[in-house]
Design a protein around this ligand. Sequence first.
Ligand code: ME8
Length: 677
Amino acid sequence: MDQKKFYLTTPIYYPSDKLHIGHTYCTVASDAIARYHRLRGEDVMFLTGTDEHGQKIEDKAKEAGVTPKAYVDRIVEGPGGVRDLWKLMNISNDRFIRTTDDYHVSAIQKIFKKMYDNGDIYKGTYKGKYCKPCESFWTESQLVDGKCPDCGRPVVDAEEEAYFFRLSKYADKIQHLLEDTDFLQPRSRVNEMVNNFIKPGLEDLCVSRTSFTWGVPVDFDPGHVVYVWVDALSNYITALGYMNDRYHDYAHYWPADVHIVGKEIVRFHSIIWPAMLMSLGEPLPKHVFGHGWLLLDGGKMSKSKGNVVDPYILAEHFGVDALRFFLLRTFPFGTDGNFSNELLIQTINTDLANDLGNLVSRTTAMVGKYFGGTLPDGCGAAAADKALAGRCQEKGCVGVIPEPGDIACDVELIALAATLRGRYEEAMDAYAPHKALDEVFKVIQRANKYIDENTPWTLAKDMEQNGARLAHVLYNLLEATRVCAILLTPFIPDSCGKIFAQIGACEGCRTWDSAAAWGSLGDTAAVTKGENLFPRVDVDKALEELEQAAGRSAAPAVEVEPQRTETVDFDTFCRSDFRAVKVKACENVKKSSKLLRFTLDDGTGTDRQILSGIAMYYKPEELVGKTLVAIVNLPPRKMMGLESQGMLISAVHTENGEEKLHLIMVDDAIPAGAKLC
Ligand code: ME8
């Protein structure tokens, strides 16, 4: 039989800032799903990457005074960057795509051209609303209180010549896809898409921009760059070699089994992406799964709101596996969840330290203490237990009816553990990792109860009488631990490797098949009590340390440009004419996100106009009436068709990698035109 293939993807992340725990949640969940399919012996392709084009990145790079490519290189490849974070979090992606990779760029040009040639892309004029932070176009009717429906921030009017994609043409097909198939999951997201986007009428989508250059150029019409979402969504196929020669797995892996995405980008994945694929004549992905957000204080984390949680700090404090586990155990995958340090510590202490950690350490310690680390031959796979496990699996249920001679607690434990894999599988296949973990922890909790019921320390008091029963009890505990460790491997891979080593599980009894084969562990497996896998966390101490660490990372790392060593002679310096100027009026320059237009009183009686690229730092109305400093004898310069007669002087520095700017404002008592010397 052919090996089953499984292709899954995360979103490709914007490297506009460092990634936070919300991005980590999305990637860790995808990783657990990928590892689950590998555990089942499938041929898995797991893709992640970075989405590096667009105006937001261009602006950020400008603020930082570097090229966009240098800016994204640092965040993607640099220390503490995206790749480092995924390495730290033990993410097992098979491929990593950057949308600035050459093969992707040229494939996007071909994809755009193909849709143009087949008539699905045409040229028109774009008039509408644009949300810069989200890089999304909106129609008036889609706005919520006049603001971006995704992020709630203000939108701007935009009008320019642009290419459009005939999204409207695909409306019926997309509606059918959403309503009549299981393409979009969880099902609860379907109504939102149909009612909010399809029923009001799908409009054609603007798919090129001319107001900035950091994007994939439309090769047959210079000046236009491809809309960043067309560029980004296509990564799922270019990374397999679609329209390029860098990779050759498109026929092998496409269509994807699932795109895992956050809920705010479901619209792009469940409407625009299938329509693009229909236009290209390519098969559609089998599923899109829209997960919820991790919230902090009830709101989505974002760098601009200043409420992000740093995964590096948490991983350093509690360990990577504990963090991975917490994210997937605590929050139902399809809905939002409130992050807090308290909850994280509580989950570690309850589930990992108390339940799992205790089961492993108590069991291995007792095998060591009472049997020198090796149970006697024949202790484990007692015929009765094998038969019992077989009965359980046949019935596929937990409620096995005991037969004469069965011991009630053995029946319960074995029945629960021997049928665990089926329940786990059902949950994982439904993209419900939290439910899968819940099932595993029911077995772990039952096993701990089994220790208390059998009180091995009492049995050990009379080894002659009870030795065989004691060995059998401990064997059952090792078996239950083994089955749970196999199924926990996708979540906490490193820790499970250690558990296998401690309970003496051979390679053959770490497999998916053996998770449903009770009695796979050899009776005389060499058991060693190793390190305590999940030490209890001291809540107060940890909270205090986290607060300090957050404070440390919040402390601004201020950097200023190194001073110049070459000198200018005094006369040259004196030729620069610095004057105090008063702001009479200030406004945003139309179609420019950066420029402010100042009308200034420079003391000459004639207004002076200066344009300054500082719109991201100041609102125009804040500056009216202020006294600033300008250099007034620079040659005039045209920007966006307007003349700038000089330059305003500012102070700049970098804080935590972000460029900050302050206009130099002087005492209002200084009259307009006063010379600075
Ligand atoms: O959207 N909780 O990139 P992105 C849960 N480049 N998930 C969160 C989250 C939070 N607090 N914050 C972010 C993009 N995410 C595009 C994707 S795909 C072709 C292009 C998730 O870096 C978010 O929901 O802004 C999204 O799925 C992912 O992180 C990437 O977000």
